[in-house]
Design a binder for this molecule. Sequence first.
Ligand SMILES: [Zn+2]
Ligand SMILES: [Zn+2]
Length: 149
Amino acid sequence: MNAPSKDDSCSVCHDTFKLPCQANCSHWFCGECILMVWHHSSALHPCKCPICRRPINLFIPSNLIGQEHDVESERVMRDIAKYNRFFGGGPVSLIQRVRDMPLLLHRMARELMDPQRALFLVQRTRIIFFILKQMTLLLELILMMRRDL
Ligand SMILES: [Zn+2]
Ligand SMILES: [Zn+2]
């Protein structure tokens, strides 16, 4: 069964799993906890597993999830799906990439503005370049849609 064992607990919040997701290194975390770990690391890189330090590029939600239909769980599951698209390396359509943009841009902006984190110039430049690339994608999509009209 695709679920964490009963006596296991989330190593981030040390509580029982909420919306359990298994990372590609086989460790389990709450969906919300692991997104938090990613929010505290670099936006451009996949986060590292808090247990084994391996980079995570895929989260597989437990098949026990599905009963929860509250707004909060739905948001977490959507963000997990977005994370998988950013780092999973699977084919992602241009439209999907543009749809996912707000979350990533928000992360970038936070990283740039964070006074706690003195970013090196190289990192800053990379983030700015990344944002520019996203803008180009958006433009490409707009042009594409206009052509279809
Ligand atoms: Zn947790
Ligand atoms: Zn791990």
